[in-house]
Design a protein around this ligand. Structure first.
Ligand SMILES: Cc1cc2nc3c(=O)[nH]c(=O)nc-3n(C[C@H](O)[C@H](O)[C@H](O)COP(=O)(O)OP(=O)(O)OC[C@H]3O[C@@H](n4cnc5c(N)ncnc54)[C@H](O)[C@@H]3O)c2cc1C
Length: 410
């Protein structure tokens, strides 16, 4: 079967692109080897950044410039005013809070305003503070950056494009037929359930498989060392906690970033990232719990952590490689032959990556609607489980962390 495009990987990047190319009239399919959003998207904190984090050095960095339009782009989609339609994606919070022991308005506020960010922090009065920040000494600001549930975002797009998303066995059920390195003539699939086969002749092959991009590139004869991984060891706390979404700043660094959501048992769950998760890369789960506990006690003196339960998970940010291994300033796109490889670098930049790849695509080869009945019975992937809801997840009380190896997010 002829296709305009075949996308590998159904995280934020691949699914946003699938929506875009489908709307542009392309005959396009997405192939997923595990569960949709595995690796990074479902494990992420879901903050729709507007760039403030990247201006704390006082410079309008390229990252901040690239990101500053994103809160409006996402807000419109979440409201159903633009595409993709994300009205079924859960918005966990309409804003984030910023706090620091010294005055953040003098720093973050002034910088955000001077540098022309679209979302800027506003100092709030003591009465307006969320409960979690009651004991904080110093100013607290509200930043209109939304926080979404990344899992519901993936589910939302998966529901809309179910007929165009296929589950594959990337190890035993996928073969590339190459004309030359980076020039894919055909892709052959063997069904992971009943052994039936499909053969596609795509004009364009697109890898948006996050950390899986390196391996896919190798398989089509392209170099794999164009990708870097930056690890994080995240902390998760649950119990009778107040809701909190925000960042505690320490100079130009984010000391902790906390996002909240309820679990199915009605317990509040905090995902704790920021510098704590960077520090955690060198620590085992028990040592990281102690470190994170100390950090939370100092930055949130009013929160009672005594009856809480803790766990951790490790995951890598997968990105296009930079010369010194630091975070790329924006999306990364590489083209060779008929193969495009893309990393969004941030969840919020998925729309930028989709625009970039779609703008390079040639027009669809036929204008007839895409008939998806030939693969109506092909297996479909599920959506990834939250890292703290996986069967392998252990929880412990403070001071009782068992000696456990680090656990990778699915
Ligand atoms: C802990 C953490 C917190 C974060 N928080 C934020 C945040 O708050 N805001 C923000 O903007 N960004 C955040 N990010 C960054 C953001 O999550 C990522 O930039 C983004 O999710 C990457 O999306 P992706 O689709 O490229 O990759 P992924 O989400 O990793 O998806 C890749 C998909 O490809 C599939 N795949 C892999 N190999 C193959 C193959 N061979 N064939 C087919 N499919 C394959 C995988 O199973 C997966 O479904 C965070 C990242 C992490 C790790």
């Amino acid at each position: 079967m002829r296709l305009d495009a075949l996308i590998f990987g159904g995280g934020a990047a691949g699914l946003w692109l699938l929506d875009r190319l489908s709307r542009d009239g392309h005959h396009v399919l997405l192939l997923e080897s595990r569960a949709l959003g595995s690796g990074q998207t479902v494990a992420s904190q879901g903050i729709i950044h507007g760039g403030l984090k990247y201006t704390l050095s006082g410079l309008l960095t390229k990252s901040a410039k690239n990101i500053r339009e994103m809160p409006n782009v996402w807000r419109d989609s979440l409201l159903g005013k633009s595409t993709p339609n994300l009205t079924r994606t859960r918005v966990r919070s309409d804003c984030c809070y910023l706090w620091q022991t010294d005055s953040i308005t003098s720093r973050a506020g002034m910088i955000g305003a001077r540098l022309g960010l679209r979302v800027k922090p506003e100092t709030i009065s003591t009465d307006e503070r969320p409960d979690a920040l009651n004991g904080v000494y110093g100013t607290v600001a509200r930043l209109p950056e939304q926080v979404i549930s990344p899992q519901s975002f993936i589910q939302d797009l998966a529901n809309q494009y179910r007929d165009r998303i296929l589950k594959i066995d990337a190890d035993n059920g996928l073969e590339f037929d190459l004309d030359s390195p980076g020039e894919v003539k055909a892709v052959r699939l063997t069904s992971p359930t009943d052994g039936s086969t499909l053969e596609f002749h795509p004009r364009q092959v697109i890898f948006t498989a996050g950390g899986g991009n390196a391996r896919l590139r190798k398989r089509v004869g392209l170099s794999a060392d164009v990708m870097q991984r930056r690890p994080l060891h995240m902390v998760v706390v649950r119990g009778n906690l107040p809701e909190l979404n925000g960042h505690c700043l320490d100079g130009a660094k984010t000391r902790v970033t906390i996002t909240s959501q309820m679990d199915s048992q009605g317990r509040m769950v905090w995902q704790v990232g920021g510098q704590v998760a960077e520090d955690g890369v060198k620590l085992d789960p028990g040592a990281l719990t102690e470190h994170a506990w100390g950090e939370l006690l100092s930055v949130l003196p009013g929160v009672d952590l005594r009856d809480t339960e803790w766990t951790t998970y490790s995951t890598d940010r997968a990105e296009g490689a930079t010369a010194n291994g630091s975070r790329p300033e924006s999306i990364q796109v590489l083209c060779a032959g008929n193969v495009t490889t893309g990393w969004p670098t941030k969840l919020v930049l998925a729309p930028v990556l989709a625009n970039e790849i779609a703008s390079r695509a040639t027009s669809p080869y036929v204008s007839a609607p895409f008939d998806t009945t030939p693969f109506a019975d092909w297996p479909r992937p599920s959506v990834a489980t939250l890292p703290w809801e996986e069967a392998s997840c252990h929880w412990w009380k403070l001071g009782e962390a068992p000696a456990l190896p680090r656990r990778k997010a699915a």
